[in-house]
Design a binder for this molecule. Structure first.
Ligand code: FES
Length: 354
C-alpha cells in the first residue's frame, strides 16, 4: 500500500531541550495498523503555511512498546515548518503520512549495536535504542550522542532512564563541543579522530558490532562512517540517515538537469487504479500529476527519502539525483518519481510494485 496522509489530532506537545518539541499523535483504533512502524522510520507532516503546501519528515522517537506515536521536531533557524511545529499544541490537527523510511532496526535476535547521533539526529536512534533494549533481552547497545551543550540534549530524561534500567547492556557517552566535561575525551566533535581515540581506549569496538546506525548532519555521517570502516567496521553493517536539506544537493559528476520529453504521457498505477497525464516543460512528475488532480506520495522532493519510490514499468527516463535507492533497486528499474524525467513518449510508473 502506498503511503498516505490522514488527519490526526495532537495528544500532547512537550518541550525537549532548547528549541525542540515532542509531538504525540492520537491514533484512532481503525488506523492503528496503518501507523505500525519499525524503529528508525519517520512520519511526514503536512500543513498549509502562508498558502503553501509544506511538508517535512520527522523521525519517530517512540519505542515499539509505547501506546502512542511521537516525533521529535527541532527548530531550524529560519525553518518554516519547524517554527510552525513549535507552536502546535494538544488538540490541534495535522496531516500525517503513514510511516516510511528504510533506516530501520527490525527488533528480534541477539545483537551488539553501535548508535551514533548528533543533535536532533538522536530521534530515530532513541526509538531504536529503546525498542531493542526492551525487545531483545540479550542485546547490547552503545550510544554516543554529540551536542553543543547539555541544554541542547533532546530526550535527556528518557535516555537517562534507559541508562538506569539497562545498566549492564546500555553504554552511553555524551560528547559536547561547547561545554567542558570532566573527561577530556568527551569534549569536541564526534569525528573520525574522536572515534579512533575511543577505539584505542576500548570504549567502542568498530569491528565487533552487528549493526551500526548513524544519524546527524551530512558531514558528521560521512566522517563517522569513513572512520568506522577504517577502524574495522564492515561497510554493509553501517546504516545512516541523512537529514533532508532545504535545497537540492549537487549530484557528483552531474553536468545538467536532464529535461523531460516534452508532452510525454505518464501513466501512474497507484492503489490498484491507473491515471494518465502529460508532462509540460519544467515539470516534475509530482507537479504534472498534481495539475491533473492526482496526489502522488512524496515528502522531501529531493531524492533522499524514497517516499516517492515506484517502478518504471514501461518507457525510459532518468533521475536528476538519487540519495536513497540502492544499486539493486536501480537494476530492477525502481525510480524516484520526484526526480524522474521521462525520455520516451510514454512511460508507466507503478507505485504498487513492492
Ligand atoms: S519525495 Fe523524497 S525521494 Fe522523492
Amino acid at each position: 500500500m502506498a503511503p498516505r496522509f490522514h488527519t490526526l489530532t495532537i495528544k500532547s506537545a512537550t518541550r525537549e531541550g532548547a528549541d525542540a518539541t515532542r509531538l504525540t499523535f492520537d491514533i484512532p483504533e481503525d488506523l492503528r495498523a496503518a501507523y505500525r512502524f519499525t524503529p528508525g522510520q519517520y512520519l511526514t507532516l503536512r500543513a498549509t503555511i502562508d498558502g503553501e503546501d509544506t511538508r517535512r519528515s520527522y523521525s519517530i522517537c517512540s519505542a515499539l512498546s509505547d501506546p502512542d506515536l511521537s516525533v521529535g521536531v527541532k527548530r531550524i533557524e529560519g525553518g518554516t515548518f519547524s517554527t510552525f511545529a513549535l507552536t502546535l499544541q494538544a488538540g490541534d490537527t495535522l496531516d500525517v503520512m503513514t510511516p516510511e523510511g528504510r533506516f530501520t532496526a527490525p527488533v528480534g535476535g541477539e545483537n551488539n549495536y553501535l548508535l551514533l547521533a548528533a543533535g536532533s539526529g538522536v530521534t530515530p536512534i532513541l526509538s531504536i535504542a529503546q525498542s531493542v533494549l526492551e525487545g531483545e533481552p540479550d542485546s547490547r547497545v552503545t550510544l554516543c550522542y554529540a551536542n553543543r551543550s547539555t541544554d541542547q540534549v533532546m530526550f535527556r530524561e528518557t535516555i537517562e532512564d534507559l541508562k538506569d534500567r539497562y545498566m549492564t547492556r546500555f553504554l552511553l557517552t555524551h560528547v559536547m563541543d561547547e561545554e567542558a566535561q570532566d573527561v577530556e575525551l568527551f569534549n569536541g566533535r564526534l569525528d573520525g579522530e574522536k572515534l579512533a581515540t575511543m577505539t584505542t581506549r576500548g570504549l567502542i569496538h568498530p569491528g565487533a558490532y552487528d549493526a551500526i546506525f548513524i544519524c546527524g548532519p551530512q558531514p558528521m555521517i560521512e566522517a563517522a562512517s569513513a572512520a568506522l570502516e577504517t577502524l574495522g567496521a564492515p561497510k554493509d553493517r553501517i546504516k545512516y540517515e541523512l537529514f533532508t536539506p532545504s535545497t537540492p544537493l549537487p549530484v557528483a559528476g552531474a553536468v545538467a538537469t536532464p529535461k523531460a520529453e516534452q508532452g510525454a504521457k505518464v501513466e501512474v498505477r497507484l492503489d490498484g487504479s491507473s491515471r494518465s497525464f502529460a508532462m509540460e516543460e519544467g515539470d516534475t512528475v509530482i507537479e504534472a500529476a498534481a495539475r491533473a488532480g492526482l496526489e502522488l506520495p512524496y515528502s522531501c522532493a529531493n531524492g533522499m527519502c524514497a517516499t516517492c519510490r515506484c517502478k518504471l514499468a514501461k518507457g525510459e527516463g532518468e533521475m536528476v539525483q538519487n540519495f536513497s535507492l540502492e544499486p539493486w533497486e536501480l537494476e530492477q528499474d525502481y525510480v524516484l518519481a520526484c526526480q524522474f524525467r521521462p525520455k520516451s513518449e510514454a512511460v508507466v510508473l507503478d507505485f504498487d510494485a513492492v
